[in-house]
Write a new protein. Structure first.
Length: 217
C-alpha cells in the first residue's frame, strides 16, 4: 500500500495541494525512520518505505541514499527543543546565537551526512514541477521565528520578516557547506562565524529600528 500522490482534496491542477502532499510524504518517511532507529535498527530506504506505506520509488525520490535518510533522521531526532536554551522573555540576541550554534553543531558534526542531506533536498527540488514552493522541512525556522517574533513590540512586521529571511541564510545546511567548503573555515571557526553573523543581523535590525524611531521623533 502506498500513500497516493493526489486525492480529491489535492487535485492534479493544484500546485499547493501537491506540495502539501509531498511534505506529508517526506515527514511520513522521516517519522518511520525515527521509529525504526528507536527500535535499534539502522534502516534502509526500502525498509522505511515499507513502514511508512510509501512505494520504494517514491521514497528514493526523497532520499536518494541511505546516508541522506540517516542524516535527516538524526537531525529530526537530535535537534534540541528551543525551550532547552531560550524562552520568551530571554535575551533574543543571546538566544539567536545559541540557536545558530545548536543547529549548526548538529549539522557540521557529520559532514558526510550534511552533504548527503543537501543532495536529497536538491533532488526533491529538481523533481518538483512548480519549483515555487519549498519542499524541505525548514527546521531552522522553529528556532528563528519564535526568537524574532519576541521582538514584535520593537520591530515592524516587515522588519521581522526580513530578519527571519536573513537569519535563514546563516543557519542550516547551506550555511555550513558554504563556510566550510568555500570559506575554508575549521569547524570551530564555522560555528563562531555563524553565531556572529546571526547576532550581527539582529543587532542591525534593532539599530535600523532605533534610527527610524529617531527620524520620526
Amino acid at each position: 500500500m502506498s500513500i497516493p500522490t493526489s486525492s480529491p482534496s489535492t487535485p492534479n491542477g493544484d500546485p499547493q495541494g501537491r506540495d502539501n502532499q509531498k511534505r506529508r510524504t517526506r515527514q511520513a518517511l522521516i517519522d518511520a525512520a525515527v521509529a525504526l532507529r528507536e527500535e535499534g535498527l539502522n534502516p534502509t530506504v526500502a525498509q522505511v518505505a515499507e513502514r511508512a506505506m510509501v512505494s520504494r520509488a517514491t521514497a528514493y525520490r526523497y532520499f536518494p541514499s541511505n546516508e541522506a535518510l540517516i542524516s535527516e533522521t538524526v537531525a529530526e531526532r537530535d535537534m534540541k527543543p528551543l525551550e532547552s536554551f531560550w524562552r520568551p522573555g530571554d535575551d533574543p540576541l543571546k538566544g539567536i546565537g545559541q540557536a545558530a550554534k545548536a543547529l549548526n553543531t548538529l549539522l557540521v558534526d557529520d559532514e558526510i551526512g550534511l552533504h548527503a542531506m543537501e543532495r536529497s533536498f536538491m533532488t526533491v527540488w529538481l523533481e518538483n514541477e512548480s519549483h515555487d514552493k519549498p519542499l524541505r522541512p525548514g527546521r531552522r525556522m522553529n528556532y528563528i521565528e519564535p526568537i524574532v517574533d519576541s521582538l514584535k513590540d520593537v520591530l515592524t512586521p516587515r522588519a521581522r520578516k526580513r530578519l527571519k529571511q536573513a537569519l535563514s541564510m546563516v543557519m542550516g545546511t547551506e550555511a555550513m557547506i558554504a563556510v566550510r567548503d568555500i570559506g575554508q573555515a575549521s569547524i570551530e571557526e564555522s560555528l563562531d562565524a555563524a553565531g556572529w553573523a546571526a547576532r550581527a543581523l539582529v543587532r542591525q535590525a534593532l539599530a535600523e529600528d532605533e534610527q527610524a524611531r529617531r527620524k520620526r521623533g
